[in-house]
Design a protein around this ligand. Structure first.
Ligand SMILES: [Zn+2]
Ligand SMILES: [Zn+2]
Length: 250
């Protein structure tokens, strides 16, 4: 599999041109997209044909993880005759949130086939998608993506937004790449904020032993070097802070 980081920003990035929470996983000609935050659609459309995505898998209903479904819907609806459609998996209420932006019932359904998510494993094309609830909103998922027909090969575990690092441990298998949010950088996470910081990701990685840690969703004005150092203080494996446009073999 290949991971393409289309958007690594958090709720409000400060790099011109930055996109938030948008990750594409490719195997052969098949692709899925994990989250589609602000700026994510342009980042997708500038690199690949968005209508060919097998699915968009949404972690939770914060806008920095799903708001560019509006742009995707417009693209599919107005750029093609007849309109094309893309499958979307997300928490309960996703279609209502999108329809509410336009005050237009049925807005999302004109181009998006939205299905609910639940814990457990499903297959989408060649991909095995294992979802697990994590502590963040009342319905937030982390996910492990792997190749369904090659169960012994490494997978990608994506945290989504997550308030407890140990929620992710059951998803991580030997050889996996962990793509984890590190919103509060070197830390600490303020009391009541359900996000992770470098020390908590480092402690998780030391215990669960993924082959590699990719850090993302760093809030603006948090120190990247101090964030990396905080993870490395506990975890001896390779650690990278990702940037938009980065690609990784998984
Ligand atoms: Zn977020
Ligand atoms: Zn969130």
């Amino acid at each position: 599999m290949e991971l393409l980081v289309v958007g690594s920003g958090a709720a409000y990035p400060d790099l011109p041109g930055a996109a938030s929470s948008t990750y594409v996983v490719t195997h052969g000609d098949d692709r899925i997209c994990l989250d589609l935050g602000q700026g994510g659609f342009a980042g997708l459309a500038g690199r690949l044909e968005p209508s060919t995505l097998l699915a968009v898998v949404v972690s939770h209903l914060h806008p920095d993880h799903f708001i560019d479904l509006v742009a995707l819907r417009h693209y599919l609806r107005y750029e093609f005759e007849p309109p094309r459609r893309v499958r979307v998996l997300g928490p309960r209420g996703l279609a209502d949130r999108l329809d509410g932006l336009l005050a237009q019932p049925g807005f999302a359904a004109e181009a998006l086939d939205i299905e609910g998510r639940r814990e457990g494993t499903i297959r989408i094309g060649p991909f095995s998608i294992e979802s697990r609830l994590v502590t963040h909103t009342d319905e937030s998922y982390a996910v492990r993506v792997s190749i369904a027909d090659e169960p012994s090969t490494p997978g990608l575990v994506y945290s989504g937004d997550c308030g407890r690092a140990d929620n992710l441990a059951p998803l991580i298998r030997p050889g996996d790449t962990l793509l984890s949010e590190v919103a509060f950088g070197p830390g600490p996470v303020p009391v009541g904020d359900l996000h992770l910081d470098g020390p908590s990701v480092g402690e998780l990685a030391a215990a669960a032993a993924p082959a590699r840690v990719l850090l993302t969703h760093l809030q603006m004005r948090r120190d990247p070097a101090a964030t990396l150092a905080a993870v490395r203080a506990a975890y001896a494996g390779p650690v990278t802070l990702v940037a938009d446009g980065d690609t990784f073999a998984v």
